[in-house]
Design a protein around this ligand. Structure first.
Ligand SMILES: [Zn+2]
Length: 353
């Protein structure tokens, strides 16, 4: 049975959530959720992940719960960053929650806390219960995580580290997987292949974003900090903008149709090994010396820039054939071979010189 997981990145759009130390809650939690989604889809069989938001947009608390209910999610997780001058990690479930919800909270809490502590000391503020709209209005086991305090220096230092944000996102994924008993392995459920998108922009993540990043790097637009991590963040936006600038495209940092087409072209150009081998064209046999001479004259008239020889004069073939001078690269030779076939109706062979 496919498990349906709903991930809710808190805040968004006009609501930045907590803001301090140059950090915004809405951005951090979106990153965490996107990392969690990617991790779930890459590492477990039979999962499908729904998101409240994958970009910087706002939904009300009730809308968030309703989306997950309508989608018939099996579990719901809302990711947040704390503020108010404390320190550490805590999770919330609805007051009085026990059984499944309690088990879910415990699995998430343990996995995330353990992961955070790999980055240094983290206070465990415990498994808590609170009447929060998203855990009240959702019909499935629902937990809200408060991932450190944005306005406390030591916590903010961790949140500034993308490796930490990624690790915490992935810990959410593992906690969910443990609770649901997900089976590790490639997610091979074809029903849940994400639909190919026409364009990619900031906030997107996944294998297609990774492919775009790899091509950007190959095309000479490096991503020095994060590399091809499959996450379309500020660094990718900047690289796409440089690319667009260089190739005279509209500079918006979005990998749309024109940008993707140009990137593909540039990528092919830099990665296709240049064929430097030499090729000649050779005609089929003409019926007699007269026909051969006539053919030679036509060629010299139409394609005077190329040299021609009678094949028998080169020992390539004793019959009435013509061989041309050389072309560099098989593609070029094939192109002219096709042109000659169309033009004259002759048999034309491409031969390595
Ligand atoms: Zn929040």
């Amino acid at each position: 049975m496919t498990k349906r997981i709903w991930l809710d990145a808190g805040h968004g759009g006009h609501d930045p959530g907590a803001v301090a130390n140059g950090l915004q809650e809405k951005k951090l939690v979106l990153d965490m959720v996107l990392y969690a989604k990617r991790y779930l889809e890459a590492n477990y069989k039979g999962v499908v992940v729904g998101l409240t938001r994958s970009t910087d947009v706002f939904y009300s608390l009730s809308q968030r719960a309703r989306k997950a209910n309508d989608w018939k999610a099996d579990v719901f997780v809302s990711a947040h960053i704390n503020a108010g001058g404390g320190t550490g990690f805590e999770t919330f479930a609805f007051p009085g929650a026990k059984g499944e919800t309690r088990r879910f909270q415990q699995a998430l809490h343990d996995e995330i806390l353990t992961t955070m502590r790999a980055f240094g000391q983290v206070t465990d503020r415990g498994l808590k219960q609170k009447n929060l709209a998203v855990v009240r209005e959702t019909r499935m086991p629902a937990v809200l995580t408060e991932n450190l305090f944005i306005d406390t220096k030591q916590d903010a230092a961790k949140l500034k580290d993308n490796d930490f944000v990624k690790a915490v996102g992935e810990a959410h994924a593992r906690g969910i997987a443990k609770y649901l008993g997900l089976q590790e392995g490639e997610n091979d459920n074809p029903a849940y292949e994400p639909k190919p998108k026409a364009y990619y922009e900031k906030g997107d993540s996944g294998p297609k974003v990774k492919e775009i990043q790899q091509k950007l790097i190959k095309a000479g637009f490096p991503l020095p900090k994060y590399g091809a991590d499959g996450h379309y963040g500020d660094e990718t936006v900047a690289a796409v903008e440089s690319f667009q600038k260089k190739y005279g495209l509209a500079v918006d940092g979005i990998a749309g149709k024109n940008t993707l087409a140009k990137l593909e072209e540039v990528y092919k150009e830099v990665t296709t090994p240049k064929d430097t081998r030499k090729y000649r064209l050779m005609t089929g046999a003409f019926p007699n010396a007269e026909a051969l001479t006539e053919a030679l004259e036509r060629l010299k008239k139409d394609y005077g820039w190329l040299t021609y020889e009678k094949a028998d004069s080169t020992d390539l073939n004793p019959t009435y054939r013509i061989v041309t001078g050389t072309f560099t690269g098989k593609d070029t030779a094939e192109k002219f071979a096709e042109e000659f076939r169309k033009e004259y109706g002759w048999t034309i062979y491409v031969k390595e010189a």
